[in-house]
Design a protein around this ligand. Structure first.
Ligand SMILES: [Zn+2]
Length: 268
């Protein structure tokens, strides 16, 4: 076999071209993997992966706080009522929970108060909260989450915060993992901790938590809370937190159905 000079030159050239192409490809790959954006996305996806059945066995009662005559807090800049946002957020949470195998029951799906008119506002509010609890109990819920938004005189206060009923051990466990998940997913500047409180809607044997998603009195946080994108992230955070809750119980040899405890109804 003989090669002409021409053949020799072109075959060397094409090998050189192959080499250059290969090196270029490697350089592009290396650049891509080293760019911070790429790394964040990849680890974020890795961290964020939740099995489609991670919440199987959970029956979650989602309670969008307030409604009807009871608007709750009002956003300072947009004027949006808390009752509107709690329902929007609850819908996003519902979607995230359903996507991972939980059953969900909402205490309200419209702008209504649940208690019929009582003799006093206090009694009416009581009946409203009891009606929400009754829905959760009738649904045989294994977890109850009441969704709210906070406000404060000072516009500086911000950050999500989860509350549980005094004396509720599983509520404390639940609130702790939900708080951690919210901090992890939303990365708020102010990192609050879960706290005990005394709330009528948490006073049942169902492990319960009241989720204050953020402060409507804080301009920066209000802008986030009214956006669907941030509301979706709250949903994802709570789904992850509930998956952690199921994991924690499993490590104790329990299921969400076993975790029914006593709470202190006469807490301060
Ligand atoms: Zn509220």
């Amino acid at each position: 076999m003989t090669f002409s000079l021409h053949q020799l030159v072109t075959s060397r050239l094409s090998r050189l071209r192959q080499c250059i192409l290969y090196l270029l490809l490697m350089a592009i790959l290396a650049l891509g993997l080293n760019s911070p954006g790429m790394v964040v996305t990849m680890s974020g996806q890795e961290k964020g992966r939740l099995a489609p059945d991670a919440l199987a066995g959970l029956v979650v009662a989602l309670d969008p706080g307030h409604g009807g005559y009871d608007g709750g807090a009002r956003a300072r800049d947009s004027g949006i009522w808390e009752k509107v946002l709690t329902l929007q957020i609850a819908r996003q949470v519902e979607e995230a929970l359903l996507a991972h195998g939980a059953r969900v029951v909402l205490t309200r799906t419209e702008d209504v108060a649940l208690g019929e008119k009582g003799a006093t506002n206090r009694l009416r509010k009581r009946r409203d909260l009891q009606a929400r609890l009754d829905i959760a109990l009738e649904a045989n819920a294994t977890v109850l989450l009441s969704i709210h938004l906070n406000e404060y005189r000072s516009r500086q206060e911000s950050g999500p915060q989860v509350f549980y009923q005094y004396g509720g051990e599983d509520g404390r466990l639940l609130a702790g993992v939900l708080q951690a998940a919210l901090l992890d997913e939303l990365d708020p500047p102010k990192r609050r901790v879960a706290m005990a409180g005394n709330y009528y809607v948490l006073r049942s044997r169902i492990p319960s938590a009241l989720v204050e998603c953020g402060f409507l009195s804080n301009a920066r946080e209000e802008a986030l809370l009214v956006s669907q994108e941030y509301q979706k992230r709250i949903g994802i955070a709570l789904a992850k937190g509930l998956a952690d809750y199921v994991d924690l119980l499993a490590r104790q040899g329990r299921t969400p159905r076993d975790a029914f405890g006593e709470v202190d109804e006469d807490a301060p």
